[in-house]
Design a protein around this ligand. Structure first.
Ligand code: 5AD
Ligand code: SF4
Length: 360
């Protein structure tokens, strides 16, 4: 039965539900093989890097699952200077990564908006405008998105976290700062501004159902999303959700497996989009990123932030490679990707083919 479904060109919501519920190794392998075949068809045996810069862990939000939420007083807050960011950007550029990603907690004050705008311009200067820049800096206004795009960014990642409104309310506070409708509007604004738009969800949240995850995949399609970054939910004991969900979520192995299934289904269903094999997968399995690629992902975001900063940016516990320099990680990853038949593409941005297809 699974074989028959996988032969279809277009899957129905019922098909997606059947596939996400697969519970035996043979059918699971069929699913991953189909997803990888689809990746080869639309992307090739290629992996694109985005050198990740964790700019600051200062955040105005209080998401109940996140280790750097505003109310966590145990966090040693930092913000990299423009020079720090430019140094790391130079390293990324010199090492042939075609793209970088700036990520930080959310801030919407003028100083922050100006700082990012200024930094983006300088990053493009040092790279002769050749780097693809992804931003992951939270909800902003349309005007801010436009300014940052003009200053040199071209992609934006803003996760919807879950498309189930009730679940969204449970894992955030039900207030103006954490509003589902505002998040939806922000995704629309990003499109209006002209970004390649990325979103994603956490997988294996308490009370999240298979139906919820299928609705997430359909949401990505209906909103014509260009890129997806998603991964397993991982507890952080200094957070309200981390404390209340002990014993109430699937095992690490099952959340990991479910995340791979989500990647595979997104590849099969959405075909020409970029999908990241995220660090959260790596946190649950030392070969998590490679397994994500074999399930259909095509983007990896190696952490380029210095090892003195990395431990301060812990959204969840068990963040991998905290002791490694960027260069150590780079060589090891390249070797293991090669061993699974994948080639890392250097000096190219690796934009979402879907973005070109929808805008040409
Ligand atoms: N487990 C997994 N992912 C998390 N994020 C935040 N906290 C956690 C956690 N405990 C993810 C969210 C957010 C992204 C920056 O990190 O999806 O959008
Ligand atoms: Fe802030 Fe993002 Fe963490 Fe929410 S998930 S508290 S917005 S860093």
């Amino acid at each position: 039965m699974i074989k028959k479904i996988l032969e279809k060109e277009n899957l129905s919501p019922e098909d997606l539900l059947t596939l996400i519920k697969i519970d035996n190794p043979q059918d699971l392998q069929l699913l991953f093989d189909k997803a990888y075949e689809t990746k080869l068809k639309y992307i090739g045996n290629k992996v694109y890097y985005r050198g990740l810069i964790e700019c600051s862990n200062i955040c105005i939000k209080n998401c109940k699952y996140c280790g750097i939420r505003r109310d966590n007083k145990n966090v040693d807050r930092f913000a990299l200077s423009k020079n720090d960011i430019l140094d790391i950007s130079r390293w990324i550029y010199k090492n042939g990564y075609g793209s970088l990603a700036l990520q930080s907690g959310e801030r919407t004050d003028k100083e922050f908006i100006d700082f990012i705008e200024d930094t983006l311009k300088d990053i493009q200067k040092i790279s002769n405008n050749s780097l693809g820049i992804t931003l992951s800096l939270g909800e902003q206004t349309l005007d801010t998105y436009k300014r940052w795009l003009k200053a040199g960014a071209s992609r934006y990642l803003l996760r919807i976290e879950t498309t189930n409104r009730e679940l969204f309310k449970k894992i955030h506070f039900d207030d103006d700062l954490h509003s589902f409708d505002k998040r939806l509007q922000a995704l629309k604004d990003l499109r209006t501004a002209g970004y390649q738009v990325g979103t994603g969800v956490m997988i294996g949240l308490p009370d999240q159902t298979y139906e919820d995850l299928v609705s997430d995949i359909i949401f990505f399609k209906e909103n014509d999303i260009d890129m997806i970054g998603m991964g397993p939910y991982i507890l952080h004991e200094e957070t309200p959700l981390g404390q209340s969900s002990v014993g109430k979520i699937l095992s690490d192995e099952k959340r990991f497996e479910l995340s791979l299934k989500m990647i595979a289904l997104c590849r099969i269903y959405l075909k020409d989009i970029n999908i990241a094999s995220t660090t959260a997968l790596h946190a649950l399995d030392p070969l998590g990123r490679e397994k994500g690629i074999l399930a259909g992902a095509n983007v990896i975001m190696p952490n380029a932030t210095s090892k003195s900063i990395k431990p301060k940016y812990q959204l969840y516990r068990g963040k991998p490679n905290l002791e490694d320099d960027a260069i150590t990680g780079k060589l090891a990853l390249e070797k293991s990707l090669k061993s699974i038949g994948e080639e890392v593409v250097y000096f190219k941005q690796g934009n979402s083919p879907h973005f070109y297809n929808r805008t040409k």
